[in-house]
Design a protein around this ligand. Sequence first.
Ligand code: SAM
Ligand code: SF4
Length: 390
Amino acid sequence: MTPMSAQLPFDAGFGVYIHWPFCASKCPYCDFNSHVRHAPVDEARYVAAFRREIAHQAELAPGRTVSTIFLGGGTPSLMRPGTVGAILDAVAANWAVAPDVEVTLEANPTSVEAARLRGYRAAGVNRVSLGVQAMNDRDLVALGRLHSAEEAMAAVKVAASVFDRYSFDLIYARPDQTPGAWAAELKEAIGHAAEHLSLYQLTIEPGTMFERLRDAGKLVVPDADAARALYETTREVCEAHGLPAYEISNHARPGAECRHNLVYWRYGEYAGVGPGAHARLATATGRLALSTELVPENWLAKVEAEGHGVTEVERLSPESQGDEFLLMGLRLVEGVDQARYEALAGRTLDPRRIDDLARERLVERTPDGKLRVTREGFPVLDAIVADLAA
Ligand SMILES: C[S@@+](CC[C@H](N)C(=O)[O-])C[C@H]1O[C@@H](n2cnc3c(N)ncnc32)[C@H](O)[C@@H]1O
Ligand code: SF4
């Protein structure tokens, strides 16, 4: 038995996440590890560093077969297609790659980036996720985006002509957004979607420009009740149009789910390469959580000096594994397997807490015996997880 199968008695696959940390401008709501640089980025130097960090993680997790690769950001569509190809080659040089591997790249829908999509396909990408965010120019400006709605739909059209699989992201619960307006916008979006949509409720993240504006009274976002109504609209409209939620923010035709993100949510194993990437590797000595240096230039210098950018390696305790498993798995509509929780955490979930939450209709049992959050429960998911993990 390999160390991996000893840790994971089910087939979650093995994912590789690659983080490209640069953006053309910083969006006022975003707290991802994304940086704007005015001097050109030396892509060849980054490729050499990615190669070394991929080799380092392959030493920690050898012999895996990669089932999914995700190039996320930041804005990976700022990379030249040749850079993407070289990174994918480095993955294939260090691990076996499944014949049906899913390779997703996040792209911003400007015309410049749309023009590169064909090149990405030639480099080995087979799925794109476009950050459309809103279907009208007024809200795109308010979100600080660099593209127009027309440009975004043109990019979606190019994606549809180049890839069999594509998705796009929208942000809802924007200032003044009503359920009626959101339903109409969502229906328009679904008209352009094929199999998958990511629909994120706007979150005011600490340290962002939106937080400063909100605190100064210059940005008013929907309150909890209004946000709940918008969430309900999201679920209803998507379900009615054949794209049911499979995760709190993600909707797909059955079978078209993002397999990479399922690796995270099903608490599988993944490498994480690049500035600020995270990994969870199942080794002979336990499940490791790796974090890498956040600042791109510091990450680069560290990799060049030491062969990797890893700043922290934590051997996760059974309790932490149980907590992470719940935090990730309860986001999924399919729910979580309690026996797996017990195997990871070394304890059972408190049946009284489950009963209390079930009485409040916040959780329920699935026909196959899993525990899942109900539709009413999803708007208070964090509180449910905290309650069950306590
Ligand atoms: C980190 S971005 C990367 C993709 C790409 N750079 C873009 O902006 O389109 C991934 C997605 O996270 C979502 N997102 C980022 N910050 C958010 C926030 N504060 N609230 C809700 N969604 C957010 C956006 O929908 C975005 O498309
Ligand atoms: S939302 Fe996307 S484009 Fe905007 S700053 Fe964040 S990562 Fe960059």
